[in-house]
Design a protein around this ligand. Sequence first.
Ligand code: DX5
Ligand code: ZN
Length: 246
Amino acid sequence: MTREILIAPSILAADFTRLGEEIAVIDAAGADWIHCDVMDGHFVPNISYGADVIKAIRPLTKKVFDVHLMIAPVDPYLEAFAKAGADIITVHAEAGVHIDRSLQAIRALGKQAGVSLCPGTPESAIEYVLDALDVVLVMTVNPGFGGQSFLPSQLEKITRIRTMIGNRPIRLEVDGGITRDNAAAVAAAGADTLVAGSAVFRGKGGADYAGNIAAIRIAAEAGRLAKFPSKSAAEAPAEGARASVA
Ligand code: DX5
Ligand code: ZN
């Protein structure tokens, strides 16, 4: 199953002195999801922001909040992120030994459940939890920082996960170093949801952000259509509004 391409700007690259304005601007500029990177200085070597910041910005947009937790342990904090307004909560397969338990806990909180895989983690890590998943997030950099270079080694993993997903209603998301130059390649490999931080929050504001999002989307659509020609652009919107999770 191929799905409409979604673009999820990572607010890690926003101007934090004007975070509220940046959310409103990125909403109007065509963001499908708002990607929130939570880092703990333990699972990853950087600290970003937590549930209180997400709660503060939640009322500023109706877009899906895609919360990427790069924290360990993660289970004690799931409820706080659910209450803060996350729509999707993604945990790392490497952050604990009980990934199935974490995914069940997310769904029990009424949220969509995601698993993220670091570049060194094979796709087999999710083989037995596919039916507990709504999103698979393939890291295309080592998590912890924005602005890093895309790792082409992950393309093969994306292709394999696309095959593993089959017809399940699971989004295949990529995160790290995504630009208009590699968007076609990740979409051709099977990704349908593209996170981008520094490639979106570049320029002077709304018009530039909109152009950046559009360029990534157009490149990804072209890559997808080249690989999955049966899926025309005209058919894609019928699968649902961009604001929907799946
Ligand atoms: C990295 C984060 C990414 C990051 C993406 O650990 O998970 O979401 O913000 O930023 P860019 O697109 O600049 O690589
Ligand atoms: Zn992320």
